[in-house]
Design a protein around this ligand. Structure first.
Ligand code: SF4
Length: 247
């Protein structure tokens, strides 16, 4: 497939902002960034929850969906995979209890979107969109990482900003809140979706989009947390032991 600089999504912009060379590696040179244990784990949980939203009736259904959705790639040993799997069962059990108490109406889950912005086509998938009891939409992204998130990080999230704009542009909704849903807690970190967040997000998309369009691949990111640090020619952290990239 030919490199299309005018088609953007969150992963592409995030890769470019992390390191222009990472973007080039994946999207221009079309190398495959291998899955890590944490990325497979996150995807397995996302798939199980999405299937539950599609018609799951109880915790038992959710656990069956989890087993069906399990991805085993990227773990260092079978034992490590099993530890992750068992932990995922506990996380889903707590998520299910939390979800039963929620008063929002779940409108969409794993919802694909596409809209045009200036010269770009923006595409992606939103974990979940709820309709709030007071009206308006809540844009939710599930996180499986254990790093604590703050309201400030939520307000500064490019991903949530993009998804809220997509909810407006692609689905005609009025996003009122953007939320990181921390599955391991479980806990929701929410902030209002403001005009400032929207403007800042649009500026980031346009700025990164122009640099990608102009094929500006100068600048380097933090190699220690890079998924291709072991193979990248310019890596300064080929020997860093653990994978930390999570959805
Ligand atoms: S290993 Fe370092 S230089 Fe290479 S793509 Fe990753 S962040 Fe950039």
């Amino acid at each position: 497939m030919i490199f299309d600089a005018l088609e953007l999504n969150y992963s592409k912009i995030n890769a470019y902002l992390s390191c222009p060379l990472l973007y080039k590696f994946i999207y221009v040179d079309r190398h495959y960034a291998p899955p890590t244990g944490p990325s497979s784990f996150g995807l397995s949980l996302h798939r199980a929850i999405a299937r539950y939203h599609s018609g799951g009736r109880n915790l038992n259904d959710l656990m069956v969906y989890y087993q069906d959705s399990w991805l085993h790639q990227g773990y260092e040993t079978p034992q490590q995979a099993m530890e992750y799997f068992r932990n995922g069962e506990k996380i889903l059990e707590k998520w299910h209890a939390f979800h039963l108490e929620e008063t929002n109406k779940v409108l969409y889950w794993e919802k694909n979107f596409r809209f045009e912005m200036d010269r770009w086509t923006i595409k992606g998938t939103i974990d979940r969109i709820d309709i709030l009891p007071s009206g308006g939409a809540e844009i939710i992204d599930y996180k499986t990482g254990y790093d604590g998130r703050t309201e400030e990080q939520t307000a500064n999230s490019l991903q949530l900003g993009m998804y809220a704009i997509a909810a407006e542009e692609a689905f005609g909704l009025k996003p009122k809140k953007i939320t990181f849903f921390l599955l391991a807690e479980p806990q929701k970190i929410s902030v209002p979706f403001t005009k400032e967040i929207k403007e800042r997000t649009l500026d980031i998309i346009r700025d990164a989009g122009m640099k990608i369009f102009e094929e500006d691949f100068t600048g380097r990111g933090n190699c220690e947390h890079c998924p291709i640090r072991k193979t990248c020619r310019e890596s300064t952290a080929k020997e860093t032991p653990s994978d930390t990239v999570q959805k």
